[in-house]
Design a protein around this ligand. Structure first.
Ligand code: ZN
Length: 129
């Protein structure tokens, strides 16, 4: 849709763009035309660092959509900028995912043109462990 086109354009360029209200500065995701805080229609985007933590997660057993691994964990990621987004967690077994784990974005392309932001455990956290 027009509301989230900037997000997917950013993903194709390897950027995680978050919508920001120009009136009050609040971040929102998923994108929408109106700021839920101040009802302004004016917005721009902020490029997120891609770092965050696992706020919560679920393990999806169905539907089994190729090319994804199953069961595959889906995280609600709290970005360090303060907003949250839902994304697949990759490179980690469902049983190993924990609330509060540090994660970082990776951009993967499927079937040649489907680019998705996914999250893996942050390298710093892996070193500490
Ligand atoms: Zn606002």
């Amino acid at each position: 849709s027009d509301d989230n086109r900037f997000f997917w354009d950013g993903v194709r360029e390897g950027k995680l763009l978050i919508q920001r209200c120009k009136a009050c500065g609040s971040l929102r995701h998923p994108p929408g035309p109106v700021c839920p805080s101040c009802h302004s229609f004016e917005w721009d985007t902020l490029q997120a660092s891609g770092r965050g933590t696992v706020y919560s997660f679920v393990v999806m057993h169905y539907p089994e959509v190729p090319p994804f691994d199953h069961p595959n964990p889906i995280g609600l990621i709290e970005l360090e900028e303060g907003t949250r987004l839902v994304a697949q967690l990759v490179g980690v077994k469902p049983a190993e995912v924990q609330i509060g784990q540090a994660v970082e974005v990776v951009f993967n392309t499927f079937d040649g043109d489907l680019a998705l932001p996914q999250f893996r455990l942050a390298t710093a956290a892996a070193t500490v462990a």
